[in-house]
Every structure is written in C-alpha cells, then in structure tokens.
Design a protein around this ligand. Sequence first.
Ligand SMILES: C[S@@+](CC[C@H](N)C(=O)[O-])C[C@H]1O[C@@H](n2cnc3c(N)ncnc32)[C@H](O)[C@@H]1O
Length: 319
Amino acid sequence: MGRKYPTYDTSLECIVAEAAAATGARAAYEVYLDDALEWLDRAASDSIHAVVTDPPYGVLEYTPKQLEKMKNGRGGVWRIPPSFDGCARRPLPRFTVLTEAHKEDIRRLFARLAERLMRVLVPGAHVFIATNPLVSYLVYEPFIAAGFEKRGEIIRMVMTLRGGDRPKNAHDEFADVSVMPRSCWEPWGLFRKPCEGRVQDNLRTWRTGGLRRISADEPFKDVIRSSPARGHERQIAPHPSLKPQHFLRQVVRAALPLGEGVVLDPFMGSGATIAAAIACGYQSIGIELNPEYFMMALDCIPKLAAYTPSEANGNGAKR
Ligand SMILES: C[S@@+](CC[C@H](N)C(=O)[O-])C[C@H]1O[C@@H](n2cnc3c(N)ncnc32)[C@H](O)[C@@H]1O
C-alpha cells in the first residue's frame, strides 16, 4: 500500500492504520464509514483477494427502527431468548417474522452484493459469508446467479439458543413439543469467483484459487467447533452480532491460500474480521454503515487483534 501509518482522514470516513497483534503479526488495515454497495461501486476491479463477512442478512435488523426496539427490549426482530437458568440472555434476531416482501429485499441485497463482488474480486477469490439455516437460500441463489461457484459450506458448531421452544402460550398443554429444532450450527456459505485456467495457473497469477492448509498433513476443514463470543471478548466489543476471534481467525487464515492479498469485510460491525486478519498478518479492509459501530470498530480492532482466545488452536489459527 506504500502509505505512512496511521493516517487519519479528517472526516473520519476512512482510517488507515497498522496494528501489531500480540502474536507479533503486523498488518495494515483500512476501515471506511460507508455503505458497502456504494464503496464496492468505487473500488477497483480485481483488487480484493478474499471476503469474510457476517452480513445483515435479515436486512431489517440493523435499521434504526429495529435497533431502537432492541435497545427498548420490546417487539421487533430482536428477541430475548427465554431464560431458564436465571442468566440474562442477549437479544437475537428472529428470522421467522420475515414477510415475503422482506425475503425479496434480502434476495435483492445479495444480488447487488454478488454482482459488485464479481467485478472487484480477483479470479479464484473465495467468499465466506455467514448466514443461518432459515435464510441461507436467499443468500446462496443470488451468488450462484451472479456467476460464483458454490464451494460448500463451513459449519460453525455453535449453540445459539434459537429454536427448541414449546408452542407459545401453550407450554403446559404441549409440554413434549418443540416448534423448531434447537439450533446447534451456523452455516457459512463458501463461494469462489471462477479461476482463470487451472487452479495452479490462477495461484501463480492471482495468488488465489485454493484454501490455505493447516499444515503439510492437514487441509482446512469445513466443520469448526465454536462457542459464542463472550467474557472479555464481548467486553472489548459489545456489538450485538460479535463473532469470536477463535472462529474468525481460522476462516480468515484459510481464505488466502498463500497468505498474500487483501481480505475484505463489507459489513464489519465491530471489526472482528479485521482483527482476525491482523492476527494472521494479512492486509484487510472493513466497511461499516452505522457510525456508532464504526467508532466501536476503531477502538476494538487493535484490542481484539491482541486478544488471546482461550480455546485450543484449530484449523491453524493464531491464538
Ligand atoms: C451482523 S453485523 C456484523 C458483526 C461483525 N461480524 C462483528 O463481529 O462485529 C452486520 C453489520 O453490517 C452493518 N451494515 C448494515 N448494512 C450495511 C451496509 N449497507 N453497508 C455497510 N455496513 C452495513 C450493520 O450496521 C452491522 O454492524
């Protein structure tokens, strides 16, 4: 990038910085207060080597009205899961309230995202995109329609407290019934922009096309055990959808097969993907629309990058 770090744009719309994680990895990153689609419209073609992102796939849940309802703890998409053990639960978005019109909005958002990523990504670039079992098809179909190859899914094995409840207001009458299964996994769609020629040709030209192995003996795997972000990590970054470093570092590491290039998170929230990229020693770019979360990311990125997850190393991630 050849710039002096850190440099601060006076409007706070773009901050370019360099952070050194506790691991000793140093990496440059850029963060923008912007709309992801508008930023992508201005980005250069063939300039990004991987995307790792956790988008607002409910579309609704990050609108000012829904965020206000979440803060007030009443109504809307955000619901507090029932507490059976006296512990306070964090609000989760409830996707069963989406209407057909909302679902169409989701499809349209991902169609616009996929179309723009197709131009901005280099051939062979991978996209890892968080979703959930109820709406994943609304995310996957537009990516395939835009020309991406579906390369499988990463299964994040996580207990979210979604589902598993008895029928509302009839708990006693139907004590042995759950309306939906208790969710124990989160799918991350895995897509690739088609390679130019063979994978080996694409790796030579663009440094992309495959996934980074854990070691000579061990490939990256598509099932990852992962607790929700909690404790110290959540204190650092109080974003309602914070993803844990332990998980993100494994995914981000795999996303650049030769450890070279730029990782983009167009919906960065608190910047957890950017922090994971720093911990891996990768360059990255993050976009966030909400000024409150953008400011949170400025503060959190170096702290999350320096954070050492307590979980054992998996998939070759730096702790
Ligand atoms: C699910 S959260 C990501 C949380 C992130 N994974 C973390 O660990 O902090 C999605 C984020 O996308 C942001 N967002 C929503 N629409 C956006 C848009 N059009 N452009 C950029 N960011 C957007 C929301 O404000 C929210 O912070």
